[in-house]
Ligand binder design. Sequence first.
Ligand code: COA
Length: 378
Amino acid sequence: MYSAAISGTGLFTPESTISNDELVAALNAFVEKFNTENAAEIEAGTVEALAPSSNEFIVKASGIKSRYVLDKTGVLDIERMAPSLPTRGDDEISIQAEMAIQPALDAIKAAGLDVSDIDGVICAASNMQRAYPAMSIEIQAALGLEAGWAFDMNVACSSATFGIDMAAAAVRSGQAKRILMINPEICSAHLNWENRDCHFIFGDVCTASVIEREDLALERNAGPVWSILGSRLRTQFSNNIRNNFGFLNRSEAEGRSEWDLMFKQEGRKVFKDVVPMVAKMIGEHLEEYDLTAADVRRFWLHQANKNMNDFIAQKVLGRVPNEDEAPVVLDEFANTSSAGCVIAFHRHSRDLAVGDTGVLCSFGAGYSAGSVIVKRAA
Ligand code: COA
C-alpha cells in the first residue's frame, strides 16, 4: 500500500459576479410583475402572491453576499430568470469540459507535473451536462491525455470529498500514480431563480485537485504536499434536497413542472438533520486517528451556509471557530456544491506549516457527507 497525497489544486472562477443587491432587484421586479399580472387570481385566492426577497435576509440566513455565474444577463433578465448558455454542437467542446481545463492545468502545474504524468481523470460534480460520453473522458481528451482512464461520479455536494477518496484508493492500491479530480459545478443552471427561498443560494465554479503517490510528490519537492491520512464517507437517504431532472422525464406519463426538474430543498430540515450528522462524523473520524479537534489547525468546510458551519464547528470544537480555523469563501462564491471545500482549501492552505493537520469536509443532498483528514508533509 502506498500513501496518497494532494499535491496541487486549481480554481476557475467565471468572469461575471452577481451581488445580492443586483439579484434581489431582479427578483423583486419579477415578483411585482407577476403579482400585477395575476392580481385578479390573487384576489380570488386561486393564485398565491409572490413575496419579495431582501439582501438583509440573505446575509443573515446564509452569509452569502455574492456569487460567480457563467451568464449574468439571463439570470437578471426578468423575462428569462435563467442563465443563457450556448448550445454546443457535438463537435464542439462542452461547457463543463471547457471550464475544467484551466484549473486542471493549474493544479498539474502547482504539483510540478506535466499533463502526461496523469494516469486518470475523475469528474465529480452535482450535475453532468449529458449522460454520455462521460464528461471526464472529454476532459481527458481535451487535455491531450492519451493514456489512462476517466469516469464521472455524482454524490451531489459531497462529490469532491468522495472523489478524493476514490482517487486516493486508486493511488494507494498502486492502480494509478496520479489522478486528476475535477469539480465543474454549473449550479446556476439547476437553480430556480424565481423562488425567493433559494434564488440566492448557488454560484458557478470549477476546482481541480491532483491526488498523487506521496513518495513521488515528496521526491519532486515542487510545492506543498498534503498527506491524506484517511477519509470517512457517509450517506443516508433523504428527500429534503432533491432534483428530479433525469433521462426518464420525457417518458414519464404525468410529466413534471419545470420547477420539479430543478434544485429544491427543505432548508430548515436539512440544517437540523445535517449539523449533528456531520459533527458526529468529523468527531468519530478524528478519534479513529487519535486526534481531537484541538489537533486540527484548519477546517475547510463545505460552503453552503455560514450559520450551519458555525454550528458544526461549535459542536466539534466547543466554540464558534474564527476565520483562521474555518475560512469562509461562501460570502464571495455562494454555495458551489462539491467545489466549496476545495475552494477553501485552495485559497487557505499555503500558510499552514509542515506537520499541520486539517480536515476537508462536505455535506449535502443524499444526504451525503465526507471528511478527509490531511497533514502537511512538505
Ligand atoms: N427574503 C426574505 N425573506 C425570505 C426569503 C428571502 N429571500 N426567503 C425566505 N424568506 C422568509 C421565509 O418565507 C420565512 O418566512 P416565515 O417565517 O414567515 O415563514 C423566513 O424568511 C425564514 O425562512 P427559512 O427558509 O426558514 O429560513 P432559514 O433561516 O432556514 O434559511 C436557508 C434558509 C436555505 C438559508 C437555510 O435553511 C439553509 O441554508 N439550510 C441548509 C441548506 C443546505 O445546506 N443545503 C445544502 C444545499 S446543497
